[in-house]
Design a protein around this ligand. Structure first.
Ligand SMILES: Cc1cc2nc3c(=O)[nH]c(=O)nc-3n(C[C@H](O)[C@H](O)[C@H](O)COP(=O)(O)O)c2cc1C
Length: 198
């Protein structure tokens, strides 16, 4: 399948069949995804794989009792066959942009960054991993950990890194239903491509 087809086919899937994803295979895909561009060749993004046996532990860290009891998606997501935590190390970017060939950028201070490249790098690698997952005929959803990022990091034993997102990965069980987000009227892709000057 060519890249355009993979891009067209990829969708967030939020209901899995419970079968495990081979962790060695997944670690290899993560390493491939980390071929993504990285600002200043900083390489400050990390990916942590969680195997199927520990998905429920991850979910206990990432969500609270009330959410697990009330969310219609709780059971479907809990059947993921693996999770990948995508983290980033802002301090590595500050150090890199303080090095001799970059210091003129003025970016050795965190507050100086108009666009924090540590998140840009993480997004690039995450998209690469989503495409590798799609290529393998598997499915995933990207989860924002805006509620309990610190709890997830503590559970995983990760320090000095920010959690950017988690990918819940598995085999589509055909029981997913569309996210309400998809019902939004959004500008077409074509209309978001512009030419300047016009
Ligand atoms: C930065 C980011 C955060 C997201 N967070 C969540 C999330 O917390 N939960 C979720 O179910 N989907 C999440 N999504 C998935 C989006 O809802 C989804 O990409 C969007 O509705 C378009 O659907 P599609 O990816 O299937 O084309 C997130 C996507 C991105 C890029």
């Amino acid at each position: 399948m060519d890249l355009a087809d993979l891009l067209a086919r990829r969708r967030m899937v939020r209901s899995f069949d419970g079968s495990p994803i081979d962790q060695d295979w997944l670690d290899e895909r993560c390493a491939q995804a980390l071929r993504a561009p990285t600002a200043g060749n900083t390489a400050g993004v990390r990916m942590y794989s969680v195997d199927a046996q520990h998905v429920s532990d991850y979910l206990r860290a990432a969500t609270d009792d009330e959410w697990r009891a009330s969310s219609a998606r709780s059971g479907a997501l809990a059947r993921a066959g693996a999770v990948v935590l995508v983290t980033t190390r802002p301090q590595d970017y500050l150090a890199r942009y303080g090095e001799g060939d970059k210091v003129a950028s003025g970016l050795a201070q965190r507050s100086a960054w108009p666009i924090p490249y540590w998140y840009t790098d993480a997004a690039m690698a995450t998209m690469a991993l989503l495409l590798l997952i799609e290529e393998a005929g598997l499915s995933a959803t990207l989860w924002g950990n805006f509620r309990r990022a610190e709890t997830v990091l503590e559970w995983a034993g990760i320090t000095e890194e920010e959690l950017v997102a988690s990918l819940l990965i598995g085999r589509d069980d055909g029981r997913d239903w569309p996210s309400p987000s998809l019902a939004r009227a959004v500008p077409s892709r074509e209309s978001r491509v512009r030419r300047v000057p016009n």
